[in-house]
Design a protein around this ligand. Structure first.
Ligand code: HEM
Length: 167
């Protein structure tokens, strides 16, 4: 008899206990709500970190000015500098190339780097000089060290296509 009373009491108490302790899911209960998903951080492109279109245009203007004023390579750019339309096209191609390479929305439509430079007989020293002129432009526009390194990594990848003379 005592056993029967105890059993009856246990059965009566168990749903309340289960509810409190969470041991048993309530009938029809929804699964626990997932923690609000944290939206993944949007990847910021190098192009955006550089400052986008206007920053790139300013950097390219400065880069070309640095090359034109650099006695180590200035002679390469004299005919370009003498022809306004040619200079505009050159700067646009340079800007588009850097924009595309850094994840921007542009499409480079100029010549491939081999065709553009193969008759110029460019040496490693001259390539280094132009690279320094670009680095100077990036520094002049306060581009950070990390971004400069990323831009220059792309530029370095072009060396084998641009340099055709040993030095
Ligand atoms: C350092 C990496 C370099 C990059 C990213 C680069 C990029 C370019 C691009 C995008 C063009 C335009 C091609 C076209 O119009 O279809 C170009 C043309 C040219 N590049 Fe380079 N170049 C580099 C190195 C050099 C060097 C080292 C020299 C000479 C020392 C040089 C001299 C020229 C000249 C003279 C042109 C023709 C400009 C014109 O259209 O009148 N480049 N380059």
């Amino acid at each position: 008899m005592r056993l029967l009373v105890c059993l009856a009491l246990c059965l009566a108490v168990s749903p309340a206990w289960a509810k409190k302790s969470g041991k048993k899911a309530r009938a029809g209960a929804r699964p626990a709500k997932a923690a609000t998903a944290v939206s993944p951080k949007k990847e910021i492109t190098l192009y955006q970190r550089l400052g986008g279109a206007s920053a790139l245009t300013a950097i390219v203007d400065q880069f070309v000015a640095n090359c034109a004023g650099d006695p180590r390579v200035a002679s390469f750019f004299t005919s370009t500098a003498a022809d306004a339309a040619r200079m505009t096209r050159f700067k646009k191609n340079l800007t588009d190339q850097l924009c595309e390479a850094t994840g921007g929305p542009c499409k480079y439509s100029g010549k491939d780097m081999k065709n553009a430079h193969d008759t110029m007989k460019i040496s490693n020293e001259q390539f280094d000089a132009v690279s320094e002129d670009l680095t100077a432009a990036l520094t002049q526009f306060r581009v950070g060290t990390r971004e400069q390194a990323e831009v220059m990594k792309f530029v370095s990848s072009l060396r084998p296509k641009i340099v055709t003379v040993n030095s």
